[in-house]
Design a protein around this ligand. Structure first.
Ligand SMILES: NC(=O)c1ccc[n+]([C@@H]2O[C@H](COP(=O)([O-])OP(=O)(O)OC[C@H]3O[C@@H](n4cnc5c(N)ncnc54)[C@H](O)[C@@H]3O)[C@@H](O)[C@H]2O)c1
Length: 433
């Protein structure tokens, strides 16, 4: 690692794996990206990017430093360290779907070798690395390699290290985000620390993979619960005629013991709506109910329905019903200034509006179209941001910074603002919720 001769394989060239590959590459490591999606492999090898915030020039720069992509798992045998960044979603029963992790581990097991370092980065419940990954690596390799549990050099060295990326947040450079690492043995911990220490300024070793897995869940559950708290308080504040945003702005002047969280139309993204339920599921094995997680989930999942109620109330003031109304949804990404739709509350809101008989259009500079995903099938294309007075309501779901909110308010008949995007604009047309 010190001499940069170690070869790094990163599995899953998505929002987590691809930036990580580029980071290692920029630190002069030879990096190979693995992905089962042939179009991603093809795009990367042609020097292109499919993630808005990653420029093609960055891929091309990495290529010059030796980066390439492949779908061929036999290449794992050439790697000194392998980092797994594949999805960990929930299934239709809201239970962990570890099929991408198990699929990956079963595919690489035949190709692993003695002394290799393997790290799982996908967010998951405590115990996954030890209980799911380790036995599959051991069972699937023909040479009978074992996961090293102590300070021995031989065997496969296995660790967990959570990803802490915050998409769209440029306030902290990636290498300044401390990296938590927990190995199955001392050698695994030391190797993982050395690997990440070469690209991150600070590595935080913990005593086991389970501690590292739980650390990530604590961070995300903390967000989920606090967002639920402000979502609930927002509803109370609205009834009391108090502006929750003014309250939060005042509270955040306290220099200790308070961190600001903001209400919105519901949770989105691959992490906060999903990860807490990995722990709830695992807790059942210990006959334990994670009540905070369930309550926060209940409050946050109800938010899109609350937004629909506000749209109905706003239209009602104009003697209109949702049925037959023309509604423009502004922003479908799950949060501001990113090109990620996963679990976005906009998807649920559009479906609910349609179910109630509204004619729904959307505008989002990041999505020319919205087709079909795991939980939705919308088949829509982006609508230009003009003739806003043709809509009965304009519903701000995602507050992209490229929008000119003053102009939008001026041109619209009714604005439902779920993000406080129109802060400072005085108009009777605005319903803030
Ligand atoms: N996106 C984030 O902001 C973020 C932040 C922190 C943690 N995480 C966690 O990181 C993990 C990855 O998330 P992501 O957002 O990068 O997902 P993603 O869907 O963007 O990327 C995953 C990639 O893995 C590929 N893949 C799936 N199965 C594979 C297999 N068997 N072999 C090779 N490639 C395979 C997919 O084709 C895809 O390109 C998840 O566990 C997620 O919870 C994500």
């Amino acid at each position: 690692m010190e001499t940069r001769t170690a070869r790094i394989g990163i599995i899953g060239m998505g929002y987590v794996g691809l930036p990580l590959a580029l980071l290692f590459s920029s630190e002069r490591f030879q990096v190979t990206g693995f992905d089962i999606a042939p179009d991603k492999v093809k795009t990367l090898n042609a020097g292109g990017s499919y993630i808005v915030r990653i420029l093609s020039s960055e891929i091309q720069q990495a290529q010059k430093a030796g980066f390439s992509a492949t779908a061929d798992y036999s290449q794992i045998a050439r790697m000194d360290a392998v980092i797994i960044c594949v999805p960990t979603p929930l299934n239709e029963y809201h239970e962990p779907d570890l099929s991408y992790v198990t699929g990956t581990v079963e595919s690489i097991a035949p190709h692993i070798h003695d002394g290799q370092l393997i790290i799982l980065e996908s967010t998951t419940y405590p115990g996954t690395t030890e209980e799911i990954v380790a036995p599959r690596l051991e069972a699937g390799n023909p040479r009978g390699l074992k996961v090293a549990r102590g300070s021995e050099d031989s065997g496969v060295h296995l660790a967990f290290s959570p990803e802490r990326e915050d998409p769209g947040n440029d306030t902290v450079a990636r290498h300044d985000i401390p990296k938590v690492v927990g190995g199955c043995g001392q050698t695994a911990s030391a190797l993982a620390e050395a690997l990440y220490g070469s690209i991150f300024r600070r590595v935080v070793p913990v005593s086991s993979p389970s501690v590292a897995e739980m650390t990530k869940l604590l961070e995300n559950i903390y967000r989920c619960v606090n967002i639920a708290l402000v979502n609930e308080l927002k509803q109370l504040c609205m009834k009391m005629g108090i502006d929750i945003h003014e309250v939060i702005d005042a509270a955040r002047t306290k220099p200790f013991g308070f961190q600001a969280f903001y209400p919105g139309p519901g949770l989105g993204g691959h992490c906060i709506p999903i990860d807490p339920f990995y722990l709830s599921w695992k807790a059942k094995q210990f006959d334990f109910r994670t009540r905070f997680i369930e309550l926060a989930g209940e409050v946050n999942m109800a938010m899109p329905y609350f937004v629909i109620d506000q749209v109905a109330a706003g239209l009602n003031e104009h003697s209109k019903s949702i049925k037959g109304a023309k509604v423009l949804v502004l922003g479908v990404a799950y949060k501001r200034d990113i090109d990620d739709l996963r679990e976005s509350p906009a998807l649920t809101i559009i479906e609910l509006l349609r179910e109630k008989g509204a004619f729904v259009a959307y505008n989002d500079p990041y999505f020319p179209s919205v087709g079909r995903g795991r939980h939705y099938d919308l088949n829509m294309t982006n609508t230009p941001l003009d003739n806003l007075d043709q809509y009965d309501a304009v519903l701000i779901v995602t507050d992209h910074s490229s929008y000119d909110y003053k102009a939008i308010v001026e041109q619209s008949r009714l604005i439902i603002d779920t993000r406080n995007a129109t802060k400072g604009i005085e108009s009777a047309k605005i319903v803030r919720c």
